[in-house]
Design a protein around this ligand. Structure first.
Ligand SMILES: Cc1cc2nc3c(=O)[nH]c(=O)nc-3n(C[C@H](O)[C@H](O)[C@H](O)COP(=O)(O)OP(=O)(O)OC[C@H]3O[C@@H](n4cnc5c(N)ncnc54)[C@H](O)[C@@H]3O)c2cc1C
Length: 392
């Protein structure tokens, strides 16, 4: 019997394992999924929690309760992969596989920007909100904030959900207005590139909204160092930005278990060897044919989102099962990503695009907010993650 090992029980890994289990007969394939954590977090809540638009107790589920019967959950850290001997090294032992699906996501690395971790740990003004704990601490800090400069920053590494810093900035601006302190707050987002968002026509719509609401986009500002005592951000370009309350997006990288202890990332020349090198359409590894990868930690040049991982899971399902049956792989990932850009409480614009085209209209609506905040989470937990996706 074939043994399929899935690394990571986040969005990509859980969906893929569940869909594989539903498609493959139990007498044909054994499926194991490995994660260092028993908790799965709904990460898109992390920019809503600070404003109390979602509650923390709803954002976590036990991974084991999300898996179809007939999937073995291995609770352990992955420390390396040897695709020549087809083994995964774990913190406590090893696993052999016939086929491997890698979905270990991004590593958050606030410690790689001098002053970011120190600011978070030692002051009451720095909250890298991609960490759940920081998002909750920011909730308290916002309650005490009565004016000054509020800054969000985007690092120069690849990040998951490129829209999250924009949402944090716009929701904060709206929150200050609702608290009656908007005139006492400067709202600033810094970014190393020269546009608030990379894809048209959403970029132009966002520029319009930001101009209307007096939100400053400080572009070509690459965060280099944070002087957490003086509350000043220094950029590589030689500029500075002061802050009273600061919500940085931490730099993000591939997982050390793969970059340092496997050859799977070596051929990822586009991202300096950070991510598992796969064909951008088939999601099969470029050198090891029994290895597939998806989600934030694979080398595809798309916007890293759960929406993208969801689409990719279908492609891995079809191509891996075709490969197992010695058939031609016909499924193609076309770069789909979707990012609901929450512009203020009760309003959102959905940016939906792929490698070639933008798909959705750049329109703010109440319906988009309701979809994202009230409807999508239950689809996420109760259908997609569990491997049911009637409209892939
Ligand atoms: C603040 C924020 C807002 C977001 N908003 C949106 C949004 O609105 N829409 C959207 O579509 N996406 C959003 N995302 C992005 C989305 O959450 C990710 O793109 C998605 O989770 C990627 O799935 P993944 O499976 O690649 O990684 P993950 O879901 O991160 O899963 C990776 C898994 O690997 C495990 N792991 C890592 N290293 C090891 C190891 N060495 N050993 C064992 N296990 C390991 C982790 O514990 C984790 O369970 C947001 C993310 C954040 C942080």
């Amino acid at each position: 019997m074939d043994h399929i090992v899935v690394l990571g029980a986040g969005v990509g890994g859980t969906m893929t394992a569940n869909m594989l289990r539903r498609r493959l007969d139990r007498s044909d394939a054994e499926i194991s999924i490995v994660d260092k954590s028993t908790e799965h977090a709904y990460q898109p809540s992390f920019y809503l929690l600070p404003f109390e638009y979602m509650e923390p107790e709803d954002q976590f589920r036990d991974v084991r309760g999300l898996l179809q019967d007939g999937i073995e959950f291995v609770h352990s850290g992955v420390t390396g992969v040897d695709p020549d001997t087809k083994t995964v090294a774990l913190e406590d032992g090893e696993l052999s596989y016939d086929y491997l699906v890698v979905a270990l996501g991004h590593r958050l690395a606030p410690e790689t920007t001098p002053g970011m971790l120190e600011g978070w740990e030692e002051t009451d003004s720095v909250y890298p909100f991609y960490h759940f704990e920081a998002a909750m601490q920011l909730r308290d800090a916002l309650k005490d904030f009565d004016g000054g400069t509020f800054v969000v920053s985007v690092p120069d590494t690849s990040i998951k959900c490129g829209g999250a810093p924009l949402k944090m900035t716009m929701l904060a601006e709206d929150y200050f207005r609702r608290q009656g302190i908007r005139d006492d707050v400067d709202v600033v987002m810094t970014k190393g590139s020269d546009a608030v968002f990379g894809v048209s026509p959403y970029r132009e719509k966002l520029e319009e909204i930001w101009a209307d609401r007096d939100i400053e986009a400080k572009l070509n500002f690459t965060v280099d160092e944070i002087d957490h005592e003086a509350q000043v951000i220094h950029s590589e370009e030689g500029e500075t930005q002061e802050y009273d309350l600061y919500a940085p997006v931490p730099p993000q990288y591939g997982q050390p278990a793969l970059t340092e202890n496997s050859p799977l990332t070596e051929a990822d020349t586009e991202n300096d060897g950070e991510y598992v090198a796969v064909d951008e359409h088939t999601l099969q590894h470029v050198e090891y044919e029994d290895v597939f990868a998806l989600g934030d930690g694979c080398s595809t040049p798309n916007a890293k989102t759960a929406a993208a991982a969801r689409k990719q899971a279908h492609v891995v399902l079809d191509n891996l099962t075709a490969h197992m049956a010695d058939k031609r792989q016909t499924a193609k990932y076309k770069g789909y990503a979707a990012c609901p850009l929450l512009t203020k409480k009760g309003k959102a614009m959905v940016a939906e695009f792929d490698y070639e085209n933008s798909i959705s209209a750049p329109v703010e609506s109440r319906m988009n907010w309701i979809m994202d905040v009230n409807i999508l989470p239950s689809f996420y937990w109760d259908t997609w993650l569990r491997g049911y996706d009637p409209l892939p």
